[in-house]
Design a protein around this ligand. Sequence first.
Ligand SMILES: Nc1ncnc2c1ncn2[C@@H]1O[C@H](COP(=O)(O)OP(=O)(O)OP(=O)(O)O)[C@@H](O)[C@H]1O
Ligand SMILES: [Mg+2]
Length: 212
Amino acid sequence: MIRGVPVVVVASVKGGAGKTTTSVLLAEAAADRGHTVVLGDVDPQGSAAEWAALAAAGGTALRSTVVEVPARDLARRLMGPAAKADLVVLDTPNRDLHLLSAALSVGDLVVVPSAPTTMDLPRAWPTLDLVVEANRPAVVLLVKIDARYPNAAIDARAALAEGGAHTLTATVPYWQSLAQAKAGRPRGRHLRVFAAVLDELLPMLPDPEESQ
Ligand SMILES: Nc1ncnc2c1ncn2[C@@H]1O[C@H](COP(=O)(O)OP(=O)(O)OP(=O)(O)O)[C@@H](O)[C@H]1O
Ligand SMILES: [Mg+2]
């Protein structure tokens, strides 16, 4: 928590796993529901902040407030912005373990996005191990699901369960439209899928503390 506001950390030490996409869509799905959301961009690459800037420039500004905090004192830096929020989402870098552990230290729940493929799935484990070491609860979100291979998600879920990992019921399809779209405010089915993700995550979060 930051100032009594629950924090969802999106993490994977695998590059290109879908962290930024998950962070932005999750934050926007929550904002679309009326939550006041701070999206902390902990990645020095600044991809979430860039998404926000492009969306604003295109006249479809994000509803969540994106704050760049690629620093180990991110919790302190987020205290001001979090004061007005009821949910904080953190997009994290894949390489900088110091920044990741700073994010994990304030996280209430960690979402680890992974494609269900034989190449990608095994690479979720190092992240899950880090989250366990940090004593935080983690859930895997299966992303980039190819509709032509419906068994991939089923098999991935079984393999994760065997290793003791919890996988969300909601999954994220592979969206050509997302890969090709100009960065803007998420809408339509992208938002609907992440509303379902949000529905699963919210009951896992502590209640925001009112009197901070
Ligand atoms: N559901 C999806 N369908 C299609 N493409 C996707 C989907 N999710 C993510 N992508 C694409 O995969 C690539 C990597 O996604 P993203 O930038 O979210 O990953 P990341 O984990 O944040 O990467 P990095 O480790 O560099 O921060 C991007 O080109 C993104 O558009
Ligand atoms: Mg990223």
